[in-house]
Design a protein around this ligand. Structure first.
Ligand SMILES: Cc1ncc(COP(=O)(O)O)c(C=O)c1O
Length: 449
């Protein structure tokens, strides 16, 4: 019955895939041809860019969504794909930003460049609020325009000689930026893996935590918890093993805690809750999903003073140098918003919104379970990771879109370990989530009639 339900509900109609390119992508060949009669510079395309798949996952999802909307102009498309927040920013936070913006129009309130590392009060507040009793100081917090930009700035800091490991599946920016910085090459068509990147498989069989006894040493380990896309948070015992592994190997963990605000089962919200982590880990985080700042743009990176290179040189000094050279500080308006988020009133208000998204996740999880699917995530993250054993995730994505006008994300887009899964985002207005749930449920009803 389960199999029938799945087959009926999600019978694949067409096969689509985000094609890797081994040497030169057909798209770039086409452009070369098109440019023949026009002017070409004498600048060679970077080999690293040649190595990269032609498009980043999320714009590709948007493109397919747009194509679908052209084919079905009257369909009400429900977007549960790209993890973009939907609910308004609480008024006390928006008005703090408005006040700061207006102050810029006065002689007394005007300010120009701020500290590259961020407003001191905000750095201190982040340290107090998120790293209480973990010994993190405001001076170790670097405020930024978002975690995604920090991932690339860290890549710049670490250089192109380092080796890298990632969870498989994982947020695509870790691998893509590693390729851009020349650390990986030769995407293998069959297995969808880049040479020189270590993929640490995370599945329900290993409780979504890699088998470190089989993991080769790398210089850098990207680790995201709660993980995007699986929605699972690592436990204290698992993170203990990760920190021990990094310590024994002399590796650096780049720990992404962008979804820490969603943790509700007592799992660690920061790697620095694990004793000894300050010697081996950098932490990246964000106001995007915690406070609805996806468009406002604010994040931070913690580089502990204890963390050093093999020659003993403190990494924080180099990161400071990178931030001063390649950034110039986050917007002063946005930083005022960040401080407001961390006031008692602001924090309570954003926590309510986080809970709202988690209720959405419950509603969607029930709908998929009603179809007989096994659903992971949702409890500690705004994402569900839904398993369709034996199916192609790009086919599932296309089929769900075709039959329900609901956009999801094919798990394969997050790495080979995402095959046969789809990621479903719980960001959205409640009525939209309820409608999505109804559409999914109606697939089952059709089957039972
Ligand atoms: C795991 C993870 N890290 C980083 C980011 C980027 O966050 P930001 O909006 O702060 O750039 C995202 C965005 O979806 C994410 O899922």
């Amino acid at each position: 019955m389960l199999k029938q339900t799945v087959d009926y509900a999600f019978q694949a109609s067409s096969c689509v895939s985000l094609q890797p390119k081994s040497k030169l992508h057909p798209e770039s060949l086409k452009r070369v041809k098109e440019n023949k009669n026009g002017h070409c510079t004498k600048v060679m395309r970077s080999v690293n860019m040649e190595n990269l798949t032609s498009v980043y996952l999320f714009p590709e999802i948007s493109r397919r969504e747009y194509e679908h909307s052209q084919r079905y102009p009257n369909a009400k498309i429900i977007k549960l794909g790209i993890g973009d927040t939907s609910e308004p920013i609480p008024e006390c936070i928006a008005s703090a930003m408005a006040k700061q913006a207006l102050a810029l129009s006065t002689v007394e309130g005007y300010s120009g460049y701020g500290d590259e590392q961020g407003n001191k009060a905000l750095r201190k507040r982040i340290a107090e609020k998120f790293y209480k009793n973990m010994g993190i100081k405001g001076e170790e917090v670097f405020v930024s325009d978002g975690a995604q930009c920090d991932i690339s700035r860290l890549q710049m800091l670490l250089g192109s000689h380092v080796t890298v490991a990632v969870q498989d599946p994982s947020f695509p920016a870790y691998i893509d930026s590693s390729v851009i910085f020349g650390r990986a090459r030769n995407l293998q068509g069959q297995n969808g893996k880049y040479d020189r990147i270590v993929y640490m498989k995370c599945t329900p069989n290993n409780d979504f935590f890699p088998d470190l006894s089989n993991t080769p040493r790398t210089d850098i380990i990207f680790f995201c918890s709660p993980n995007n896309p699986t929605g699972t948070a690592a436990s204290a015992a698992q993170l203990r093993r990760l920190v021990d592994f990094a310590t024994a190997n002399g590796s650096i963990i780049v720990y992404d805690s962008s979804y820490a605000a969603y943790i509700s089962d007592g799992s660690p919200t920061s790697i620095y809750q694990i004793p000894g982590a300050k010697q081996v880990a950098i932490e990246i985080s964000s106001f995007s999903k915690f406070a609805g700042f996806t468009g406002v743009r604010l994040g931070w990176t913690v580089v502990p003073e204890e963390l050093s290179y093999s020659n003993g040189f403190p990494i924080i000094k180099d990161y400071d140098r990178i931030v001063c050279t390649c950034f110039n500080g986050a917007s002063n308006i946005v930083q005022a918003g960040g401080l407001a988020c961390l006031s008692d009133e602001g924090f309570q208000a954003v926590s309510r919104v986080v809970n709202y998204y988690k209720e959405n996740a419950n509603i969607l999880a029930e709908a998929f379970r009603g179809l007989g699917m096994v659903v992971y995530g949702g409890q500690n993250a705004p994402y569900l990771w839904v398993h369709f054993p034996g199916s192609s995730s790009w086919e599932l994505f296309a089929d769900i879109l075709e039959k329900t006008h609901i956009v999801t994300i094919p798990g394969r887009g997050f790495g080979p370990g995402g095959e046969s899964y789809i990621r479903v985002s719980s960001f959205g207005h409640r009525e939209t989530i309820l409608e999505a749930s109804e559409r999914l449920t109606s697939l089952r009803k059709l089957n039972f009639n």
